[in-house]
Design a protein around this ligand. Structure first.
Ligand SMILES: *[C@@H]1O[C@H](CO)[C@@H](O)[C@H](O)[C@H]1NC(C)=O
Ligand SMILES: *[C@@H]1O[C@H](CO)[C@@H](O)[C@H](O)[C@H]1NC(C)=O
Length: 301
């Protein structure tokens, strides 16, 4: 055969084999319709080990787990490093329900985004600590000074214009707008402790400040890659070569999980040849050799 025919043959073979290669990549690049990128991964060994216990992909659904529950991740803004979640126990303009609140684990690599607004609903005026005067906020004054945002009154009245929330049948004075800064360092909003029965949270007015129907309900969480928030260069290199960043071993050392399931410490461009330490199955190496050979033949012909 002439080189041209040979290369076409190899190209055909590799095209047939390519789909099986992609399907054997153990770290997924998507979860449902969600694009997955560092620091998030589809399972153990994928992504960043600090995030792995909190963010998991199961049945094509990306979920955040904290000690207060499991939350569907609706969107990840990789440029701004913000994760958006919904809480199925939260009240919105179309649905009011009791909730135990929301909290982040103290050691989780997330923090509340500044844009979050939380409105605590149906709080006990007589027993909730948010209405109790204390040394710091009450200044010894016997009038009740709620620990709620003073500018939150308008948010409460807008939420009360929603039928399901107005049906709670509690006075608007039992609504308290909490800003994340008031939530304390442990990022806890324990409604049982605060003596409130439900809450509503949103992260955007969606351009319509006075229309609570259109607000974006949920919680926005910020994440950081490391102390100085640098995207690791080795991972960027791995992702450029269609790999998925992962980790392995006792020291969680970096690996690049390549299409075909091979793991390297570099990128996937020549992963079959320069597979460091971890041996792929013989047939995988063979398939990759054919693939690269075909590419080289196509290139030279
Ligand atoms: C590659 O790494 C992933 C994630 O750590 C792991 O699940 C998989 O078993 C590894 N594959 C091989 C061939 O070692
Ligand atoms: C207590 O609060 C009331 C109403 O906010 C205020 O008029 C009064 O000056 C306060 N008294 C003290 C001692 O701070």
């Amino acid at each position: 055969m002439k080189p041209k025919c040979l290369s076409i043959t190899f190209l055909c073979i590799s095209l047939i084999l390519l789909p099986t290669l992609i399907s054997s990549q153990s770290c997924q690049r998507t979860c449902g319709n969600q694009h997955l990128k560092y620091p998030f991964g589809s399972g153990p060994g994928c992504g960043d080990p600090r995030f792995q216990p909190y963010v998991t992909c199961s049945q094509e659904k990306l979920t955040l787990t904290t000690h207060t529950g499991c939350y569907t991740i609706t969107n990840i803004d990789y440029n701004s490093q913000v994760l958006y979640i919904t809480d199925p126990s939260m009240s919105t303009c179309s649905y009011a329900q009791p909730s135990k609140g929301f909290g982040l684990d103290w050691n989780a690599p997330f923090s509340f985004h500044d844009g979050n607004v939380f409105a605590l609903l149906d709080c006990s005026i007589t027993s909730s600590p948010i209405y109790k005067p204390d040394g710091l906020y009450g200044g010894g004054n016997s009038t009740l000074v709620p620990l709620c945002d003073r500018e939150g009154a308008s948010i409460c009245s807008l939420l009360y214009s929603c039928r399901p929330i107005s049906m709670l049948n509690t006075p608007i004075s039992t609504c308290c707008v909490y800003t994340p800064v008031d939530l304390g360092p442990s990022f806890e909003m324990d409604l049982q402790k605060l003596k409130c029965t439900s809450y509503s949270g949103f992260y955007s007015y969606n351009g319509q400040d006075s229309n609570p129907q259109t607000w974006k309900y949920g919680v926005a969480l910020k994440y950081k890659f490391s102390i100085n928030n640098d995207y690791p260069g080795a991972c960027a290199d791995c992702e450029r070569s269609n790999g998925v960043c992962g980790y392995t071993g006792d020291y969680n050392s970096f690996i690049c999980n390549c299409p075909g399931g091979v793991n390297t410490t570099g990128n996937c461009f020549f992963s079959a040849y320069w597979n460091n330490g971890l041996t792929p199955l013989p047939w995988q190496t063979g398939v990759w050799l054919i693939y690269y050979l075909a590419l080289i033949l196509v290139w030279i012909s």
